[in-house]
Design a protein around this ligand. Structure first.
Ligand SMILES: *[C@@H]1O[C@H](CO)[C@@H](O)[C@H](O)[C@H]1NC(C)=O
Ligand SMILES: *[C@@H]1O[C@H](CO)[C@@H](O)[C@H](O)[C@H]1NC(C)=O
Ligand SMILES: *[C@@H]1O[C@H](CO)[C@@H](O)[C@H](O)[C@H]1NC(C)=O
Ligand SMILES: *[C@@H]1O[C@H](CO)[C@@H](O)[C@H](O)[C@H]1NC(C)=O
Length: 336
């Protein structure tokens, strides 16, 4: 009887330690460092690790073929993880399903840089209630998921988001962003101009610092509103001194700060255009008047041409006559 109880106790204990050991086990192809709470997974295996130790506070998965982040990809059988930093850069992620990050309520920093997002669900970022920094640089596939991403970023879950990095995505305009954002990093994109509406929006989101260097600005009068905003709100664009014109050729490489008001003055530019059009019209009018005068006077002109022709003929005849006389050898003899 006692031996049986003892045996089952041993079995139970073994089972418990076994469960603990299994929970603590480092996933395949990962390096686990309990002291710092870091689990770092490399490329040898595809997909995200199915189960990480419960003490994990920093989870890094890099260089893997992940392709799709499925719903609850990090939720280990319904339990939540205390991960604070989740780095998923360079994994060829193309799809993020709704609730992909559920079970990770304490993530502060999420790095999704250098992926190829094509499909992003509206609910992709659901449950990331403590997310403060989201890195998405060089991550949006060309012609891909930008609009879907903006919709997903509007999720009320992200009310705590402070910093959004969108460098190197070929963006052509300033994306709509949460009003609570402190930093919006848009360096190294393809933004040529900032519309008046975007300027109004930036003006309303006074708390947001916008980083815009390494964009190919077109310094024409389209940029007028932005130019004045930059002068007025330089604090809101901390890298304002680094902004450069790429177009037109005459202003290539010129700092936006060095532009003068009249360089981007639409009234000036329009006036110039208007004055050229006006000059053209005046010239055309003069031409027309000239042609009309010619036309109305065609009788007189004909007469005039005839007169000239006749005068010429008379003259030629006289000349001809003289020539014949001069060249007559008999006459020459007579003269001698
Ligand atoms: C997951 O949880 C269910 C019940 O909630 C349990 O039956 C199952 O064994 C668990 N699986 C793992 C792998 O822990
Ligand atoms: C891009 O993302 C990384 C994080 O992976 C970050 O450290 C870096 O500052 C970001 N910005 C740029 C411009 O590369
Ligand atoms: C800028 O972004 C492109 C991708 O759009 C990338 O290839 C390039 O390395 C980035 N440049 C810098 C200086 O980060
Ligand atoms: C500041 O903004 C106002 C209107 O918003 C504008 O009239 C003014 O010219 C701007 N100041 C500068 C220095 O550009």
């Amino acid at each position: 009887m006692w031996t049986r109880v003892w045996r089952s106790c041993v079995a139970l204990l073994a089972g418990l330690t076994c469960v603990r050991a299994e929970e603590d086990a480092c996933p395949p192809a990962c390096a686990c460092e309990r002291g710092s709470g870091t689990v770092s997974c490399g490329a040898a295996v595809a997909g995200v690790p199915a189960r990480v130790p419960p003490w994990t506070s920093t989870l890094i998965v890099r260089g893997r073929e992940v392709t799709t982040l499925r719903r609850g990809a990090f939720r280990d059988n319904g339990t939540e993880l205390d991960v604070a930093t989740l780095s998923l850069s360079s994994n060829m992620i193309r799809v993020i399903e709704a609730d992909a990050f559920s079970g990770l309520p304490r993530v502060h920093v999420l790095d999704l840089s250098r992926n190829r997002l094509e499909v992003v669900s509206d609910g992709a970022f659901n449950g990331l209630l403590e997310l403060r920094t989201l890195c998405l640089n060089q991550s949006i596939a060309p012609g891909g998921a930008a609009a879907q991403l903006w919709a997903a970023l509007a999720s009320p879950s992200l009310w705590n988001l402070h910093r959004l990095e969108l460098a190197g995505n070929g963006l052509r305009s300033i994306p709509p962003a949460q009003s609570g954002l402190h930093q919006l990093v848009l360096v190294n994109n393809s933004i040529e101009t900032v519309s008046g509406d975007d300027v109004t929006r930036l003006d309303q989101q006074r708390r947001t610092r916008v980083y815009l260097s390494q964009n190919p600005f077109r310094c024409t009068c389209d940029l007028e509103a932005f130019y004045h905003w930059l002068k007025n709100s330089s604090l809101q664009c901390p890298d304002a001194a680094l902004l450069r014109c790429s177009q037109p050729d005459a202003r290539k490489g010129l700092a936006l700060e060095k532009l003068r008001g009249e360089d981007v003055d639409c009234v000036n530019e329009k006036l110039e255009a208007v004055s050229y059009v006006f000059l053209g019209m005046v010239l055309a009018l003069i031409g027309l008047v000239f042609l009309m005068v010619l036309y109305l006077n065609r009788g007189g002109i004909k007469r005039w041409v005839n007169n000239i022709r006749e005068a010429c003929r008379d003259h030629m005849e006289v000349y001809h006559y003289r020539y014949e006389q001069d060249s007559d050898p008999r006459l020459a003899n007579v003269a001698v």
